[in-house]
Design a binder for this molecule. Structure first.
Ligand code: CO
Length: 140
């Protein structure tokens, strides 16, 4: 079902400081920040040739990553995003196999303007998994 890893997301308390640090220390090429209101985060992508790291800071009062940063004030790995060809087919298959979708279970639009959904971390060894429907993903 899953294709390529699209990005690994890191929660940070201060996006601008983190982006500057990754740029200065690692020589990373970093995208302009963008706000994802529906997801309660402000993000920037650290580019590399075979994938991206998404740096994200809380945005708005109900940001879902506030609790994460309270537990890990220095930040840390928050989720892995896999590409899928069809998010509808992926969701139906996952639900049939007993996996739980996060939130209201509705598909949202993610950072790249593509449909995304999050899977419950308790179903995947404590790891939050995002699925993103892309045109160039691997197998479905
Ligand atoms: Co993501």
């Amino acid at each position: 079902m899953i294709g390529r890893i699209n990005h690994v997301a890191i929660a940070v308390a201060n996006l601008d400081a983190a982006a500057a640090h990754w740029h200065n220390q690692l020589g990373a090429d970093i995208s302009a920040p963008q706000i994802l209101i529906d997801h309660g985060v402000r993000i920037a992508f650290v580019h590399s040739t075979n994938g991206q790291v998404e740096l994200m800071e809380p945005y708005g009062e109900k940001s879902p990553i506030v609790g994460f940063l309270e537990r890990s004030p220095d930040g840390g790995m928050h989720h892995i995003c896999y590409e899928v060809d069809s998010i509808d087919i992926a969701c139906k298959s996952l639900i049939k196999k007993g996996a739980r979708l996060l939130g209201d279970g509705k598909i949202k639009i993610g950072a790249h303007g593509n449909p995304v959904i999050f899977l419950h971390p308790k179903d995947f060894n404590g790891t939050l998994i995002e699925l993103e429907q892309t045109k160039h993903s691997g197998t479905e």
